[in-house]
Write a protein that binds this ligand. Structure first.
Ligand code: ADP
Length: 208
């Protein structure tokens, strides 16, 4: 088991109950969807997983670690194990594609000589090897989302979480992104895709 939620409730300070009494498990290496309309609590669940928010009630376990017991200084290690991709890509527009992907490794103090091959290998995996020197704004939306996926994968996380990764893309590009995420799962990563796109879930079936 990679992730366990046990009777998780999340209430925000304004009293909104975003999740109530959610129990589920996600296996090591599984591909799963978090589905539901806007406001269903998908993003809240993602935030709980990366300790951006804390549960109001219940427990969240990642790799058998109870996130309630996690010390503050362990949070960076948790986040290294969970790559996150957002709907709006969140790339740095004044940095090249290469630099956008390299940042996570630089922050960790990985030597430059090691960074280069790892970034290039990751960019090749998302078919963007030739765009390393380009700036994000020169790329299409689908390509920008692939840069964001490369950035999330460069630390080789055990889990990849994509929060509405296709929300800003047309249907053809959305399918390409889904195919890539399924490929990531086939290579052994646990992949969680939050989406409200029912057509996509029909085309690429997975546990919901
Ligand atoms: P989804 O990702 O499925 O659209 P969210 O997790 O973003 O759902 O939101 C679930 C509910 O929690 C919504 O009603 C939303 O307005 C509310 N919510 C989300 N973030 C906050 C916050 N920081 N403070 C208060 N309410 C929030």
């Amino acid at each position: 088991i990679m992730i366990e939620l046990y009777r998780v409730t999340k209430r925000y300070a304004n009293g909104v109950s975003a999740l109530s009494d959610v129990t589920c498990t996600i296996d090591d290496g599984e591909f799963v969807y978090l589905s539901g309309p806007s406001g269903a609590g998908k993003t809240t669940l993602v935030r709980l997983l990366i300790c951006m928010e804390q549960v109001s009630e219940g427990q969240v376990l990642v790799k058998s670690r109870n996130l309630r017991m996690l010390r503050k200084k362990s949070i960076p290690f948790l986040r290294r194990n969970i790559g996150v991709v957002f709907q709006n890509f969140r790339l740095l527009h004044n940095r090249t594609v290469f630099d956008n992907v390299a940042i996570g490794l630089e922050i960790r103090g990985i030597p430059a000589a090691e960074i280069r091959p790892r970034v290039m290998q990751t960019l090749e995996m998302v078919s963007l090897g030739e765009y390393a020197a380009a700036f994000p704004q020169m790329l299409s939306g689908g390509e920008q989302q692939r840069v964001a996926i490369a950035r999330a994968l460069v630390n080789e996380p055990a889990i990849l979480v994509a929060d509405e990764p296709t929300g800003n893309l047309d249907s053809k590009l959305s399918e390409e992104i889904l195919q890539l995420l399924i490929e990531v799962q086939r290579r052994g990563t646990t992949v969680i895709v939050a989406t409200h796109d029912e057509r996509l879930m029909e085309k690429f079936p997975g546990r919901i």
